[in-house]
Design a protein around this ligand. Sequence first.
Ligand SMILES: Cc1cc2nc3c(=O)[nH]c(=O)nc-3n(C[C@H](O)[C@H](O)[C@H](O)COP(=O)(O)OP(=O)(O)OC[C@H]3O[C@@H](n4cnc5c(N)ncnc54)[C@H](O)[C@@H]3O)c2cc1C
Length: 397
Amino acid sequence: MDFTISEKMRVILDMVNEFVDRELIPLEPAFLSRPMSEIAPIIMEKQKKVKQMELWGPCYPKELGGMGLNLMEHALVSEALGRTPLGHFVFWCQAPDVGNIELLEMFGNAEQKTTYLHPLVKGDIRSCFSMTEVNLAGSNPLLMDTTAVKEGDDYVINGQKWYTTSADGAQFAIVMAKTNPEAGPYLQASMIIVPCDTPGFNLVRNIPVMGHSGEGYFSHGEILYQNCRVPQTNLIGQEGQGFALAQERLGPGRIHHCMRWIGICNRAFDLLCARANERVITPDGRTLATRQIIQAWIAECAAEIQAARLMVLHAAWRIQNEGAKAAREEISMIKFKVANVMQQVIDTALQVHGGLGMTDDTILAFFFRHERAARIYDGADEVHKVSLAKQILKRYQ
Ligand SMILES: Cc1cc2nc3c(=O)[nH]c(=O)nc-3n(C[C@H](O)[C@H](O)[C@H](O)COP(=O)(O)OP(=O)(O)OC[C@H]3O[C@@H](n4cnc5c(N)ncnc54)[C@H](O)[C@@H]3O)c2cc1C
């Protein structure tokens, strides 16, 4: 296998890494301590710079205004951007918008592309994805109470969703709702575009997650759809295609997440090693780095990160060359493996920082709070493990 990074990608990665180091990491103290409304103008300035440098939307096709990188190339960019929580948002390849963009690009009709896709790719608007329900197990998407009933030329949507990430300030949601309750289980739901200013779209609250409600892009909304009426032309693809589209949306999305998590691992690891070298723990000036237990942690983290990284790159290679279906096992494997490696690396880095690690004076506590969710969203660990094991066991029947 050839691990060479092309000259083009080397240049791009150097530019991205330099931007992250010079422009974004210094913004983190303000990001951690000030309201989003205060730092939003600074973030917009950074986004402008990214556009000027022609690094905007790395994974979107050039015709749409992106850089046109393929999945393997974008994986490397995602790793570089993941080193800061601001990276993906400033370069405009952040979830959930990236998934919605891919979905609309593949399945949106011409009008949906003009009204929603093009402004979204440009960064003029934001979006959200509303599937998980408050009262039903999200791990089994077949369990769904939200309905979209036809009335005249419209759908009337009723239901209660939560964890609609970034709903606060979004211009539209892509909502999963049952349109065909009489059909077979996987053909009952559809995806429908709902502008967030539609009467009956009620953002009830930004859910407090690990003690923080967040704001704007960095938030998770609870939404009550109450007789929310949208034209039937807002349907994406065909009626009953909702689950099939959700699968399309999630495959490459898991590569984006996993490489972002590797970026987080790299950052936490850098902080861990720097702290170990610097922190004096004896009167004669010995540092934490002189202790074998810390050395073992460093070696173990390095090996785990490297293994996880190669797994993700291999999965990306397989998706790119053979399609998401062929890479099903690899996708499940990386989803739980990388989430757990990340959690372990962040935890170790935090431990090495002692009391400092618990504060917001480093980025570690933010990562610790926010990235715990990686083992839950886009399929909880257990769901992926069960699915992977079933596929493996089939080979032994
Ligand atoms: C930070 C964050 C962001 C999110 N963003 C979005 C979003 O933008 N849009 C959206 O629609 N949703 C979003 N979600 C929701 C997410 O997809 C769900 O939380 C997830 O699907 C799990 O559903 P649940 O929370 O209902 O847990 P449940 O389904 O109740 O599962 C609870 C636990 O049970 C175990 N479990 C479940 N099923 C099985 C099984 N078959 N075998 C063994 N164990 C099992 C797992 O340990 C699981 O963690 C987000 C969630 C989080 C935490």
